[in-house]
Design a protein around this ligand. Structure first.
Ligand code: SF4
Length: 732
C-alpha cells in the first residue's frame, strides 16, 4: 500500500475472478480497523474505486467489466448483507444455524473430526477446496488433510476446469508446466483457439489478441467451437465441429500434415518419442473420415492443418471445451501431438497454452492441493515423492491410499463411505454436475463444514457448521495465473465481521487436533503470518520443474514473477523447452496415441439435443460475488436456453416462453431463446444460475441436467455435454 496520510490510499492487488490474473489498484478512504464489532465495514476504510494496474504485465492497466466493478462487490452494504459474518452451527441436524464464537466453533469442529477419524479412519474425512483460494490457503488445507488427518481425500473445484490440461502436459511434455506466455499472443502468426470463448471467459487476453491482429493483419486465427461465439466471429476460420469430436479433428489434421509433408521430421527425430505408434493410429483418420465424424468440410480441415503446420509460428489456446470431457486428457494430448509433429513449440509465438479458469487454479496445482497431486508437482502414487514431502513437513509418513477426486468424493459420501466433508470457498450444491447425487451426498454426511465468504449459497443449506472467511480486498497472499506468473494479493480492508483468513481458520482447527494426534510434538502449523505457509510451499519446489527457491515475498512486492525462479536466478523463463529438452527423464517429449472416443452419453430419440453449458462475459461461476453487482446483469438479466430457430419451429415452441429441459438426471424450466449461433440439434445454457435463481431452494439449477461421467485419466467430468429433450411447459 502507498499514500499513507493521503485522503485516498492505493493498494496494489490482483483480480480474484479469472485466470488471466490482472493487476488491480484498489483505492480506499478512511483509516483504522473496522474490527469485529464494527458491523461489516460500516465504519473504517471503504473502497471507492478499482483501476487496472498499468505496471502489471498481464493487463497493462486494462480491466474487463467484472474487474472494473470489483469495488461494488465490497461496498459496506454488500459486506453487511451478503457476507457470512460470524461462525455458526446447528445444535442438531435440521435445526437452524446458531451463531457461536470462534473458540467454541474450533473446539466443536476439531472434536467432531477427531471422533469421525477414530470411528471410521482418516479416509472417512474429505476436503473439497477451490481455485479461488490463495496458494497459502491451499498449502494449509493440504498439510491438514495429508500431514495431520492422514488422508489423500482432498480435491479442488479446479478438477472441474483444468485437470485434463494437467494430465495432457504431464503425459506429453513430462511436467505440468504451460510452456508459453501471454506475450506469445502478440508474437504468433497463427492462433489456434480450441474450446475457449476467450472473448467472454478471458476478456483481457482477447483484447490483447484483437490488438495483435490489428497490428499484424496477416496473423491467422482459427477457432474450434461448436457454437458461433464472439471469439468465433473474430476468426479467419471457424470450425463448428460436432460437440465432443475434437480428437477426430486433431487426428484428421495430423493425418493431413503427414500426407502433405507438413510435419517436421528433424524435430520429431531429435526431440520426441512415440511417433510411429501415433502415425499408425491416425492412418485411417483421413480428412474425409474426420469430416464425417466432426461434421466439418474436408477443405476446412485441410486449411486448418496447413495454417497450423506452415505458419512460421502457431500458438494454441485451449480451455473448458477440451477439458470438460470424458476424453479430456486425450483431447489435450491430441492437440499437443500436432505441435510436436509440426515443431510448433519451444519458440516465441509457438506452443500449446492452456488457460486456467480460476484465479489460482495454477497455485492449487503447484501446492498439490488435489487428490492426484503432491506439493512441487510430485505424485502421491510415488513412494519417494511421499517420503520427500513427509520430510519437508516433519511428519512420519504421508498416506499411500489414493485420494478421491471431486466426483468420487461426492459419490463416496452418497454411498456412506465419506462421513465428513470440509468444503472451502466453493458451492458444490450448485456447481457440481449431477446435482441430485451431490445433494444426496451432502445430506448423508454426518458433518458438513462450509468455509465461505458469502452467505446463502445452496451448499449452506446442507452445512452443519459455517465458517466466515475473508475474501478479495481483505486477504493477503499469492496467486499464479495462466502464464505461471505469481502475483501478490493484498488487503485494503479489515475483515468483514468476524471473518478470518482461510489459512488461519485451518491453522487454528489443526492446532486443536494436534493435541490429540501429535501430543508433545512441535506444531505443523506454527504460523503467525501469511508468509510462513508460503515459505513452506516455496521450499517444496526446490529442485523441481517449478522451482521458486529464489523468490521471496519481498521480490513479489516489487513485481509479479513467473516460475521457475530457482535460487540465484536473475530473470524469469518466459517460455519453456526452448532448449529442446523436455521434462521426461530422457529429455524427449512423447506422442500420445489415444483413439477418438464418442461422448459418454449419446443423443437418441428420447434425448435428441446436445446441451452444452458455458460462461457469460459479465458473470462469475455461481454469482456469489458478481451477483452482488446490479450492473453486471445489464446484458443478461436471466438465464435462457439457446436453441436453433429450426429446432424451435420443428417442435412448435415459442421463443420467450418457458420450456422444460429434461436430461437423464433431471429437469429444469427456463425461458427459450432462438439463437442460430447454436447449431441444429444442439442447445446451450449459461452455467451461472443456481437454485436460488431458478425455481427456489429445492431445485437444483443448471447442473440438474449435467452428467458426472469423467475422463479416466484426468477424472474431470463431462460438463460440456448432456443429451436433453425440450418441450413446452403447460402453465395452469
Ligand atoms: Fe479480472 Fe479476468 Fe477480467 Fe482480468 S480478464 S479483470 S482477471 S475477470
Amino acid at each position: 500500500a502507498s499514500g499513507a496520510g493521503a485522503a485516498v490510499r492505493t493498494t496494489r492487488s490482483t483480480c480474484p475472478y479469472c485466470g488471466v490474473g490482472c493487476g488491480v489498484l484498489i483505492d480506499s478512504v478512511g483509516d483504522g480497523d473496522a474490527g469485529a464489532g464494527a458491523g461489516a465495514g460500516e465504519v473504517g476504510p471503504r473502497i471507492v474505486g478499482v483501476r487496472g494496474d498499468p505496471d502489471h504485465p498481464a493487463n497493462h492497466g486494462r480491466l474487463c467489466t467484472k474487474g472494473a466493478t470489483l469495488h461494488l462487490t465490497a461496498t459496506p452494504l454488500v459486506r453487511r448483507q451478503q457476507r457470512l459474518l460470524r461462525p455458526a452451527w446447528r445444535p442438531t441436524r435440521g435445526a437452524p444455524l446458531q451463531p457461536r464464537d470462534w473458540e467454541a466453533t474450533e473446539r466443536h469442529i476439531a472434536g467432531q473430526l477427531l471422533a469421525i477419524r477414530a470411528r471410521h479412519g482418516p479416509d472417512a474425512i474429505g476436503f473439497y477446496v477451490s481455485g479461488q483460494l490463495l496458494t497459502e490457503d491451499y498449502h494449509a488445507f493440504n498439510k491438514l488433510a495429508r500431514g495431520l488427518v492422514g488422508t489423500n481425500n482432498i480435491d479442488s473445484n479446479s478438477r472441474l476446469c483444468m485437470s485434463a490440461a494437467v494430465v495432457g502436459y504431464k503425459q506429453s511434455l513430462g511436467a505440468d508446466a504451460p510452456p508459453a506466455c501471454y506475450e506469445d499472443l502478440e508474437r504468433t502468426d497463427c492462433l489456434f483457439i480450441a474450446g475457449s470463448n476467450t472473448a467472454w471467459a478471458h476478456p483481457i487476453l482477447f483484447r490483447r489478441i484483437e490488438a495483435a491482429h490489428a497490428a499484424r493483419p496477416d496473423m491467422k486465427i482459427i477457432v474450434v467451437d461448436p457454437r458461433r461465439t464472439e471469439t468465433a466471429e473474430f476468426a479467419d476460420l471457424h470450425l463448428a465441429l460436432k460437440p465432443g469430436s475434437d480428437v477426430a479433428l486433431f487426428h484428421g489434421m495430423l493425418n493431413a500434415c503427414i500426407w502433405e509433408g507438413w510435419i517436421a521430421p528433424d524435430f520429431i527425430e531429435r526431440h520426441t518419442a512415440g511417433f510411429a505408434a501415433l502415425k499408425a493410429l491416425v492412418r485411417t483418420m483421413t480428412p474425409t473420415e474426420a469430416a464425417r465424424l466432426t461434421g466439418l468440410g474436408e477443405t476446412q480441415i485441410l486449411q486448418a492443418a496447413q495454417w497450423f503446420a506452415q505458419s512460421p509460428s502457431t500458438l494454441s489456446l485451449y480451455c473448458m471445451g477440451l477439458n470438460q470431457s470424458s476424453s479430456g486428457a486425450a483431447k489435450n494430448t491430441a492437440l499437443i501431438n500436432l505441435h510436436l509433429a509440426t515443431g510448433q513449440i519451444g519458440r516465441a509465438g509457438a506452443g500449446p497454452f492452456s488457460l486456467t479458469g480460476q484465479p489460482n487454479a495454477m497455485g492449487g496445482r503447484e501446492t498439490g492441493g488435489m487428490a492426484s497431486l503432491l506439493p512441487g508437482h510430485r505424485d502421491p502414487g510415488n513412494a519417494a515423492h511421499r517420503a520427500e514431502v513427509a520430510a519437508l513437513w516433519g511428519v512420519d509418513a504421508l498416506p499411500a491410499a489414493p485420494g478421491k477426486t471431486a466426483v468420487e468424493l461426492f459419490q463416496a459420501a452418497a454411498d456412506g463411505e465419506i462421513k465428513a466433508l470440509w468444503i472451502a470457498c466453493t458451492n458444490p450444491a450448485q456447481s457440481m454436475p449431477d446435482q441430485a447425487l451431490v445433494r444426496a451426498a451432502l445430506a448423508r454426511c454426518e458433518l458438513v463444514i462450509l468455509q465461505e465468504a458469502f452467505a446463502g449459497t445452496a451448499t449452506a443449506d446442507f452445512a452443519d457448521v459455517v465458517l466466515p472467511a475473508t475474501t478479495w480486498a481483505e486477504k493477503e497472499g499469492t496467486v499464479t495465473n495462466s502464464e505461471r506468473r505469481i502475483s501478490r494479493v493484498r488487503a485494503a480492508l479489515p475483515p468483514a465481521g468476524e471473518a478470518r483468513a482461510d489459512w488461519r481458520i485451518v491453522r487454528d482447527v489443526a492446532r486443536r487436533m494436534e493435541t490429540v494426534l501429535r501430543p508433545g510434538r512441535p506444531s505443523l502449523f506454527a504460523w503467525d503470518r501469511v508468509e510462513q505457509p508460503w515459505i513452506e510451499h516455496r521450499e517444496s519446489t526446490r529442485g523441481r520443474d517449478l522451482d521458486i527457491g529464489g523468490l521471496s515475498y519481498a521480490m513479489l512486492e516489487a513485481a509479479p514473477r513467473q516460475w521457475p525462479w530457482p535460487e540465484g536466478a536473475s530473470a524469469a523463463k518466459e517460455r519453456l523447452y526452448e532448449d529442446g529438452r523436455y521434462a521426461h527423464a530422457d529429455g524427449r517429449a512423447r506422442f500420445i496415441a489415444k483413439p477418438f472416443a464418442p461422448t459418454a452419453e449419446v443423443q437418441d430419440a428420447a434425448f435428441p439435443l446436445a446441451l452444452s453449458t458455458g460462461r457469460l462475459r459479465d458473470q462469475w461461476h455461481g454469482m456469489s460475488r458478481s451477483g452482488t453487482v446490479a450492473r453486471l446483469f445489464a446484458g443478461e438479466p436471466a438465464p435462457a436456453l439457446s436453441m436453433h430457430p429450426a429446432d424451435i419451429a420443428r417442435r412448435l415452441l415459442t421463443p420467450g416462453s418457458l420450456v422444460r429441459v429434461q436430461s437423464r438426471r433431471g429437469p429444469l424450466i427456463v425461458p427459450l431463446r432462438a439463437d442460430d449461433s447454436v447449431g441444429p440439434q444442439r442447445a446451450w445454457l449459461p452455467m451461472h444460475w443456481g437454485s436460488e435463481f431458478l425455481g427456489g431452494r429445492g431445485q437444483c439449477g443448471i447442473n440438474a441436467l449435467t452428467q458426472s461421467a469423467f475422463c479416466p485419466d484426468a477424472r474431470q467430468p463431462e460438463l460440456k455435454f448432456a443429451a436433453v429433450a425440450v418441450e413446452a411447459v403447460d402453465l395452469p
